[in-house]
Each structure stands twice: as C-alpha cells, then as structure tokens.
Design a protein around this ligand. Structure first.
Ligand code: IDP
Ligand code: MG
Length: 167
C-alpha cells in the first residue's frame, strides 16, 4: 500500500549533527522524499503534535524537548516520506520508542538516550499509522509544500496578506 509518513529529526538529532546519518539510514527504504523543511516549533504546534500524550506526567518536558529548549536548537527538520509501506519501513528503521529497548542497530538504538529527567530523547519521530500520518502531515505542511497530492484539497480565497519578499 502506498503511504505517506511524517518524519521529524528532533532537536537532539540536529544538535548531534545526525541529519546526514539519519537521511542515509532512511534512504535504505528506497522511499521518496516529497516534502522537507526546517521548522521553528511553537508551543502550540508541539502541543498539537503530541496531543495524544497530554495526560502523561512527562508531557510538559516533552513539549520543551520538541521545541528545542533542552538542546539550544530551536528547530526540527520535517520531511514526508512516500511509497510502499512507508510507515512500517520507517518505524522499523527508527526502532522502539524507548531508546534503551530499541534494536541497537536502529536509529533510536544507535543515537537515542534517556535523560536523567526521564525523557526519551530518541532523535526522530515517525507517524505510527495512516490516520496519525494524515493528521500530522496536515499539521506540519500546507498542500503547496508537498510535491504530490496526498489528500483532497480545496481552493480558498485569502484576503490580501503581507508576506516577506527579498529586498
Ligand atoms: P513514538 O514516538 O515511538 O510514536 P509515542 O508514544 O507517540 O512514541 O511518544 C511520543 C514521544 O514521547 C516519544 O518519541 C518520546 O520522545 C516521548 N515518550 C513516550 N513515552 C515516554 C515515556 O514513557 N517516558 C518518557 N518519554 C516518553
Ligand atoms: Mg507516536
């Protein structure tokens, strides 16, 4: 089944200069990258992304982690991988959520850690199923930023809005 998945290289991955390693590992999947950008993560975006974990005791620290406040890197790299069984292929390469339980050759097993505060710093996010992928992709990307048509779109009239242009 052709699928799309959101991948985030989290702030610890960026701080540890792992972008190249992670993209090389993901290239083993032979999937296609159909969108990519660097994003400064607002609190609202982080909370929305992890809304399913709102009740967890580690939620506030997790939000600070995704925002880059623990790593002095206030950004993440967001990508969409697309192709046959994209979700299971990428999740397998990523490894288990708990980096100490992740296969040692997986991305999280190789590069993740648990902080003394108990946060799983696991370097990468991968959507875990189709509906989560759709929700997350729509949260992180607009249709024009993706080079294939993943989900139905509609035309909306926008009021004249000021945007930045090169001076
Ligand atoms: P996933 O990232 O493998 O899909 P989720 O359960 O969706 O796992 O959790 C999202 C993120 O929250 C994890 O990647 C990890 O950074 C953090 N996390 C999840 N469970 C725990 C926990 O029990 N302790 C500390 N951090 C956790
Ligand atoms: Mg998840």
């Amino acid at each position: 089944m052709t699928q799309a998945t959101l991948i985030l290289i989290k702030p610890d991955g960026l701080k540890k200069s792992l972008t190249g390693n992670i993209l090389t590992r993901l290239s083993e999947t032979k999937l296609e990258i159909v969108a990519a950008k660097i994003v400064r993560v607002s609190r609202q975006l982080a909370e929305e992304h992890y809304c399913h974990l709102k009740e967890k005791p580690f939620f506030p620290e997790l939000i600070r982690y995704l925002q880059g406040e623990l790593h002095d890197r206030r950004k993440v790299m967001a990508l969409i991988y697309w192709g046959e069984d994209a979700i299971s292929k990428c999740r397998e390469l990523a490894g288990a959520t708990n980096p100490e339980k992740a296969e040692s050759t997986s991305i999280r097993g190789s590069y993740g850690r648990i902080t003394t505060a108990g946060i799983y710093e696991n370097v990468i996010h991968v959507s875990s199923n189709d509906s989560e992928a759709e929700r997350e992709i729509k949260l992180w990307f607009s249709p024009e930023e993706i080079i294939v048509n993943l989900y139905p779109t509609k035309e909306v009239a926008r009021k004249e809005k000021k945007v930045k242009a090169w001076a």
